[in-house]
Design a protein around this ligand. Structure first.
Ligand code: MG
Length: 339
């Protein structure tokens, strides 16, 4: 097997803002694992919130590459060995895990969703995310999102109510909101109560992580379901949130890859939670890897590639809001015009 990796820098079409910051440039990495004329592709899309940057990802991949098993089918062994070598660095681990899954599926000649036991015709619709901006701009983005049936609105400013009112006035689409930890527990109850009248499907991460009791307090005092995102990184975080939230948002870049994400789906289901699949700003490599898991979840928010000015890769498509999985072996991802 031949292993290589390189930096990947992505730019979004618009500055992308959430409650804790804004950016239009996102540095990550691409991993390639070649064997027998086949190439497995993986991507790391690090988030500083989880302690990763492009520099840490490149350093961690260099350290983790020795953990790739001689037998590429030992995907569980890879995941465990990477966790023994480095405690965190989930995006770096995800890049290697995704690339090995891609390679193994190509060896078998099956798309990743088939390898995982999922049906391509059971994919959910994905939401399209509207970052924080002024009221008119956010309303305009909602008007332009004609290919979608679900919008996810980033909130956490003093104009949230006006934003939701403006967007609700131009669309009857399903609306979700994501506060990215912006509120205190009491504030969250007030803010969510004020947004309920706009028919919100759920609220993602109203308060900072680390206090399941506070999350439970919010849940007990609002009528909109709560989904934990920043509060849950891997499967081991789920148990503490039972009863405190209605569901969890799984991201390959938080949990370390396909293997752990699948485990999280099972653990969440076993505790009666809803399951959402989310993303960072990623190319079609990372988004396609997640999309192959999407037949196993209730809600998808896999639009990180659609926010890009240019996506260097082509993979999963969105047709009338629904994720359409590639039928080629592996991720079904190839280099696009921007590569
Ligand atoms: Mg979120």
């Amino acid at each position: 097997m031949h292993f290589s990796f390189e930096p990947l820098t992505l730019r979004t079409r618009h500055v992308f803002a959430i409650s804790r910051g804004a950016a239009d440039t996102f540095g990550g990495a691409v991993v390639r694992i070649e064997d027998g004329g086949l190439v497995g592709l993986g991507e790391a899309a690090p988030s500083p919130f989880y302690g990763e940057t492009q520099a840490t990802v490149l350093a961690a991949i260099e350290l983790l590459k020795k953990e790739i098993p001689e037998d590429p089918f030992q995907l569980e062994e890879l995941a465990q060995q990477m966790n023994r070598t480095l405690g965190r660095n989930p995006a770096a681990k995800a890049a290697i895990d995704i690339a090995l899954h891609d390679l193994v599926c190509k060896k078998l000649g099956v798309p990743l969703h088939s390898f995982l036991g999922f049906s391509a015709d059971k994919t959910p619709c994905t939401s399209f995310t509207i970052g924080i901006d002024d009221v008119e701009t956010m309303k305009q983005r909602a008007i332009e999102a004609t290919d979608f049936s679900v919008l996810k609105i980033k909130v956490g400013t003093d104009r949230d109510e006006r934003v939701l009112e403006a967007i609700r006035s131009v669309t009857d689409m399903t609306l979700r909101v994501d506060a990215n930890c912006a509120w205190s527990p009491r504030e969250a109850v007030q803010r969510i109560s004020a947004l309920e009248k706009f028919d919100i499907e759920f609220v993602e991460q109203p308060i900072p992580p680390g206090d399941p009791g506070a999350m439970r307090f919010v849940r007990e005092n609002v009528s909109v379901p709560l989904i934990a995102d920043e509060s849950v990184e891997t499967s081991s975080d789920i148990r503490a949130l039972v009863g405190a939230v209605d569901g969890i948002n799984i991201k390959l870049m938080k949990c370390g890859g396909v293997r752990e994400a699948l485990k999280m789906i099972h653990v969440a289901r076993a505790t009666g939670m809803k399951v959402m699949l989310g993303c960072m700003v990623e190319s079609s490599i990372g988004i396609s890897a997640a999309a192959h898991l999407s037949p196993g979840v209730d809600y998808a928010d896999l639009d990180g590639n659609l926010l890009l000015a240019t996506d260097p890769y082509v993979g999963v498509q969105v047709k009338q809001g629904r994720l359409v999985l590639p039928s080629e072996p592996g991720l079904g991802v190839r280099a696009g015009n921007g590569a």
